[in-house]
Write a protein that binds this ligand. Structure first.
Ligand SMILES: [Zn+2]
Length: 258
């Protein structure tokens, strides 16, 4: 989901097809313990590690409440109410091209992620697009409908009330200097590669992987990250489940209801 009509459009001329063949999130690091695992009492000796199920509680937070950081929004799960406005939007303290509002928890995590990416050699990043209100999404979507019709609009923009950006938990990230912005080839930039491998450490999910279009309803978007909190992001990373729909056992959302 991107608001190309409000952002500079950059055409990336290289290897889109190759980039499309890549999966965004390669689970490659040391084994992760779910932070939801039962904590050990301080005075008990460290037990021998055993490969037990994580015990992650998939019902710990609601997925229907728009104010929940686990809310699942897709083409068959609109926000309710459709005009929902997050109560704790703040200005994310990072470079940005459009209004950088995110919910406070997501904003802090985003700033930490950008700083760590730079420290680890991934280069500079900026927020291409962050929170968008229902009203802004109406303008974005209607702009597409006017120029390319409803089918074309649906392929490039979420309908108002169906956009993850309205939750204040989703952001489109681009590189500094700007390269492959809102294009599949962003996934092959140092920034895109680092984000795909490391965003979970900060509680973010690459929401629209290349191989899950039929489930998410969106093309590969290596620039779109959704804040879900570190415990859930870590659990998904550890178990190799790459979509919220699959993790929570929800039906695929390839298109809007007729
Ligand atoms: Zn987006």
């Amino acid at each position: 989901m991107s608001s190309r009509s409000r952002s500079p459009v950059f055409v990336c001329a290289v290897v889109v097809a190759a980039a499309l063949g890549l999966v965004g999130c390669a689970p490659v690091t040391a084994p992760i313990r779910s932070s939801s695992a039962t904590p050990e009492a301080a005075d008990t000796p460290t037990p021998t590690p055993t490969p037990t199920p994580s015990g992650f509680d998939k019902t710990a937070l609601p997925i229907d409440d728009p104010a929940s950081i686990w809310v699942v929004v897709n083409k068959v799960r609109p926000l309710e109410p459709s005009t929902y406005v997050p109560a704790d939007l703040i200005t994310t303290p990072v470079p940005h091209l459009n209004p950088p509002g995110l919910r406070s928890e997501a904003a802090s995590a985003m700033a930490a992620m950008f700083a760590t990416a730079k420290a680890e050699g991934a280069g500079g990043m900026q927020l291409q697009s962050a929170s968008r209100s229902y009203g802004v999404q109406v303008k974005v979507y209607n702009g597409y409908v006017s120029s390319v019709g409803e089918d074309g609009a649906d392929a490039q923009s979420a309908r108002p009330g169906y956009s993850e950006h309205q939750t204040g938990l989703a952001a489109d990230i681009s590189a500094v200097p700007l390269t492959c912005a809102l294009a599949a080839c962003f996934g092959q930039t140092p920034q895109g590669l680092w984000l795909a491998a490391n965003a979970y450490r900060f509680g973010f999910l690459l929401r629209y992987p290349a191989d899950k279009t039929a489930i998410t309803g969106y093309m590969y978007e290596p620039w779109h990250f959704r804040y879900i909190g570190v415990p859930l992001a870590t659990e998904m990373h550890a178990t190799g489940v790459t979509t919220l729909e699959e993790f929570f056992g929800l039906p695929p959302a390839p298109d809007y209801a007729p």
